[in-house]
Ligand binder design. Structure first.
Ligand SMILES: Cc1cc2nc3c(=O)[nH]c(=O)nc-3n(C[C@H](O)[C@H](O)[C@H](O)COP(=O)(O)OP(=O)(O)OC[C@H]3O[C@@H](n4cnc5c(N)ncnc54)[C@H](O)[C@@H]3O)c2cc1C
Length: 354
């Protein structure tokens, strides 16, 4: 059989694509995933279901090379199961800063301004807390924020400290222009991590034109000239599957690896590592690194991570960083360019103080 589309990787992106592409009953879709498939909530291992803590038990086991970025090797967690990292991650459902989307669009990326991506943010979500022009109520992904009564004492203290330090209390960090401290929008609902497997893919599984094959690792892409015609699977048999279109959604580490095994990638590296070079393509990718196990403290009332988000403007940034350093781990995002300070979004997991 020749599929209309093969999607490689059933992660955050792959499950969404599988749903959307198979809406057309005449379009056949094969979704390939290296990890296992837990088809519903009942069959999910408890650590995958529990959205209050990241899980590392369904993981590719990557780590950085010693010395990279001046550090000891750090674990680079990547979910290996249907749902991908959305089935293992921390479920912060936080939009980027509008100015960043506008900056991408102004660099020559049509469709990426905040005004243009907003309809898609609205479409993907079912926001339980806000009903206004910034939010959707009919999307597959449920989103909610912790109410004041659900906060642990440490969380409340953190929030109070931010307000005392001069930050506004912000109840909705997904609305544009909000700078301050407040609860994180999350896609954990009733303790369950709402992965794209449990949301987007679950809604599409019964379609006869959608096939999901788990525990199937793709080695490389097949090409006829410059056109992708299918995939080759890993394993001694090297089975091939044909398709009119191949969508690579194997993640920040998986997709480049498949491309490089295909002969598409940085020319020097490919020449050194393997045979013929098909095409030179980009390098310098970055991904989401992670903390160690146990970085998230248990919530006394139910195990929620202690999380607050500040969008901090340049003027007051250093003072909040100093304060926050004392009560927890900090992670910062690089400022975008030059002296221009965007609404740098600081995510503090003040776990160790709980
Ligand atoms: C621990 C952790 C916590 C995070 N927390 C958050 C958060 O709170 N909020 C947030 O917005 N983002 C968070 N992220 C980031 C976010 O989860 C990822 O950016 C996002 O899931 C990436 O989606 P993706 O579809 O590109 O890749 P993935 O979701 O990684 O999907 C790729 C899929 O492809 C499969 N695959 C890879 N190679 C092959 C192959 N050769 N053959 C077949 N299948 C293959 C993988 O097994 C995987 O299922 C977190 C990430 C991690 C690791």
């Amino acid at each position: 059989m020749i599929y209309d589309t093969i999607i490689v990787g059933a992660g955050s992106a792959g499950c969404v694509l599988a749903n959307r592409l198979s809406e057309d009953p005449d379009h056949s879709v094969l979704l390939l995933e290296a990890g296992p498939d837990y088809r519903d909530l009942n069959s999910l291992p408890p650590d995958v279901a529990n959205g209050y803590s990241p899980t590392f038990d369904h993981d590719w086991g990557y780590s950085s090379e010693a010395g990279a970025a001046g550090y000891e090797p750090i674990p680079l967690a990547r979910g290996k199961l249907v749902g991908g990292c959305s089935a293992t991650n921390a479920t912060f459902c936080l939009r980027g800063a509008p100015a960043d989307y506008d900056a991408w669009a102004s660099l020559g990326n049509p469709g990426w301004s905040f005004a243009e991506v907003l309809p898609f943010f609205r479409k993907l979500e079912n926001d339980a807390d806000f009903k206004n022009e910034w939010h959707g109520r009919a999307g597959p992904l449920p989103i909610r924020r912790y109410s004041t009564s659900e906060l642990a004492p440490g969380q409340q203290a953190f929030l109070d400290s931010c307000v005392a330090a001069g930050f506004s209390r912000v109840d909705d960090h997904n609305a544009p222009g909000k700078i301050g401290a407040g609860p994180t929008p999350m896609n954990t609902v009733d303790h369950v991590r709402q992965s794209t497997a449990l949301t987007y893919l679950a809604q599409a599984r019964s379609r006869s034109n959608l096939m999901v094959r788990s525990r199937t690792t793709v080695d490389s892409i097949l090409f006829k000239g410059k056109r992708a015609t299918g995939v080759r699977l890993s394993g001694p048999a090297g089975r091939t599957i044909s398709a009119d279109r191949v969508v690579l959604a194997a993640g920040a580490f998986g997709s480049p690896a498949i491309l490089m095994r295909t002969g598409v990638g940085p020319a020097g590296h490919l020449r050194a590592e393997r045979g013929p070079l098909r095409e030179r393509r980009g390098e310098d990718l970055t991904g989401h690194s992670t903390g160690k196990r146990g970085d998230f403290a248990a919530h006394p009332n139910g195990g929620s991570p202690l999380v607050h988000v500040c969008q901090v403007s340049g003027r007051v940034r250093s003072s909040i960083l100093r304060n926050v350093n004392e009560i927890g781990e900090k992670r910062t995002l690089p400022e975008s360019s030059g002296n221009r300070l965007l609404d740098a979004r600081q995510v503090f997991l003040s776990a160790k103080s709980a």
